[in-house]
Ligand binder design. Structure first.
Ligand SMILES: Nc1nc2c(nc(Br)n2[C@@H]2O[C@H](CO)[C@@H](O)[C@H]2O)c(=O)[nH]1
Length: 234
């Protein structure tokens, strides 16, 4: 048991999927896992452990934003020995070539600040995905016929951004999408020698201003869960 996770030792699997929304964690666990057990309800940040194709998997909410993700990823790594952590989430599209419903496999995660800035100081560390997970996820996505993009994303600290110049520079440099969690997940995985990846579905678009209808979000989210599971155990 930790400050924010009520699970007993052994109740969390070495492979953890991290959606931002705890209710998506519940839906994904009930939809894709067998022998599902709720292992955390502290502060409503639900976590579930079960099996997929005979493999133990935990699906646990991370909350929105890097400070929240940092709390859960730190405790999952240091107190429950999580070895593979895959963020499954959604993002805003930032390139005309990226369409709503597409999947983005995040190779790198650019930010202007993360909770690790106190450690890095003047170091401009490059948060990047585990290559094996990245390759397996890209292969799984393409095999499903899902339009897939592999490249850099932007992990922002704000949803209602008052800095249009930031997005302009990210778009100019080929950043595929914006979300709010992956950079710190990659920082923590590098620090603790773990595997991490972010698999994102594009649910809104910063250029076209299109947004995915809520009923489509569940289908595309399901695709991402399966891609992440196939990559984790490839
Ligand atoms: N900053 C930002 N975050 C986004 C966006 N679209 C999505 Br889905 N997100 C993600 O969704 C949540 C905010 O709605 C955060 O957890 C982000 O990771 C967007 O256009 N901008």
């Amino acid at each position: 048991m930790t400050i924010h996770i009520g699970a007993e030792p052994g109740q969390i699997a070495e492979t953890v999927l991290l959606p931002g929304d705890p209710y998506r964690a519940k839906w994904a666990a009930e939809t894709f896992l067998k022998d599902v057990e709720c292992v955390n309800q502290v502060r409503g940040m639900l976590g579930f452990t079960g099996t997929w194709n005979g493999h133990r998997v935990t699906i646990h909410g991370s909350g929105m934003g890097m400070p929240s993700l940092s709390i859960y990823a730190n405790e999952l790594i240091t107190s429950y020995n999580a070895q593979t952590l895959i963020r499954i989430g959604s993002c805003g599209g930032m390139q005309k070539s990226v369409n709503v419903r597409d999947v983005i496999i995040a190779m790198t995660a650019t930010s202007i600040s993360t909770p690790s800035r106190g450690i890095f100081k003047e170091i401009n560390f490059a948060p990047c995905a585990d290559y094996g997970l990245l390759r397996a996820a890209a292969d799984a996505a393409v095999a499903r016929g899902t339009p897939t993009h592999v490249g850099g994303i932007y992990s922002s600290d704000v949803f209602y951004d008052e800095r249009p110049d930031l997005n302009e520079q990210m778009i100019r440099h080929g950043i595929l999408g914006v979300e709010m969690e992956a950079a710190e997940l990659y920082n923590l995985a590098a620090r603790h020698g773990r595997r991490a990846l972010a698999v994102l579905t594009v649910s809104d678009h910063l250029i076209t201003h299109e947004a995915l209808p809520s009923e489509d979000r569940e289908k595309t989210f399901g695709d991402m869960v399966e891609i992440a599971l196939e990559a984790a155990f490839a």
